[in-house]
Design a protein around this ligand. Structure first.
Ligand code: PMP
Length: 284
């Protein structure tokens, strides 16, 4: 059961016009919210980032946070599984094809739920491999835009190299992954690239930094050079669907000992505990 422009309908019955500006131009923004035991994770923060993306593309938010919350809760109830992920997507609506914003057009709003399949514990023990590539995306990566062609091409490169992610470098510095944020650890210090127009402000990125603060893991935000990345002791990947994962091979070369490191292990445990606390209703 999905939500499309005011109606809850089966996904098979959901259609949009070929003139939808999301289809024609990729003129829209989206959010992806993990749901654990029927509870949306960090919903306030996701809705705040959505508002920011909408503001940046000058599209009025069709709903209040309260209305979004009610719609999301209905979608969760109408779909199977305790753990789901909610994908919501707003485009600048249906209009004659013209780059210029149409006047008085209704945005298209789509919400769906899928099963949330987080990476297995095995992968946290063995670690995963990633490749690097030149970050050839636009200069507004802070907007969670539906136009994801560069990210799609970059991620495909990883899969074709039997890796799970492509780590991106722009002008010799780490930005993020094609669909994740990236941290490094050097001499027990957790380092995160700063938020800027060149990266998506990840909700999981914030959680990891909050956990580092709470559990007194030394951490810093600052530019990370290609050399820092390649000579790091650990590389960590974060996203709503992948949570937190250890990258142990980069471009086929071992990172640190070639095994998930101590900082990863700590953060992984704290992240799992944090989720449990949320599911028990102790935290939001
Ligand atoms: N950067 C990019 C480019 C992404 O697509 C994602 C995943 N949506 C992230 C970072 C991680 O963001 P979050 O932790 O909010 O899932």
């Amino acid at each position: 059961m999905i939500y499309l422009n005011g109606s809850f309908i089966p996904i098979e019955d959901a259609y949009i016009s070929v003139l939808d500006r999301g289809f024609i131009f990729g003129d829209g923004v989206y959010e992806l919210i993990p749901v654990y035991s029927h509870i949306p994770f960090r919903l306030t923060q996701h809705l705040c980032r959505l508002q920011n993306s909408l503001d940046e593309i000058q599209l009025e938010n069709p709903y209040t946070d309260h209305e979004w919350t009610e719609l999301i809760e209905q979608i969760i109830t109408n779909n199977e599984g305790d753990d789901q992920y909610i994908y919501l997507h707003i485009t600048r609506g249906v209009a004659e094809r013209n780059h210029v914003f149409p006047k008085k057009v209704m945005p298209t709003v789509f919400i769906m739920s899928s099963p949330l399949l987080v990476p297995s514990k095995e992968l946290a023990i063995t670690g995963v491999s990633a490749i690097t590539a030149n970050d050839n995306r636009w200069l507004r990566c802070d907007i969670k835009a539906t136009s994801l062609l560069p990210n799609v091409l970059l991620r495909q490169k990883a899969v074709e190299s039997n890796a799970i992610e492509t780590v991106l470098l722009r002008d010799g510095f780490l930005t993020e992954g094609s669909a994740s944020n990236i941290f490094i650890v050097k001499d027990k210090l957790l380092l995160a690239p700063p938020k800027s127009n060149l990266t998506l402000p990840g909700i999981t990125y914030d959680v990891v930094l909050e956990l580092a603060e709470e559990y007194k893991i030394p951490h810093e935000i600052g530019d990370i050079s290609e050399n820092d990345l390649r000579s790091s002791d650990e590389i960590l990947l974060t996203s709503s669907t992948k949570e937190i994962m250890p990258i142990i091979l980069l471009d086929g070369i071992k990172i640190g000992s070639g095994k998930p490191g101590e900082v990863f292990k700590q953060l992984y445990k704290y992240y799992q505990d944090f989720k449990v606390a949320i599911m028990r209703g102790n935290l939001l």
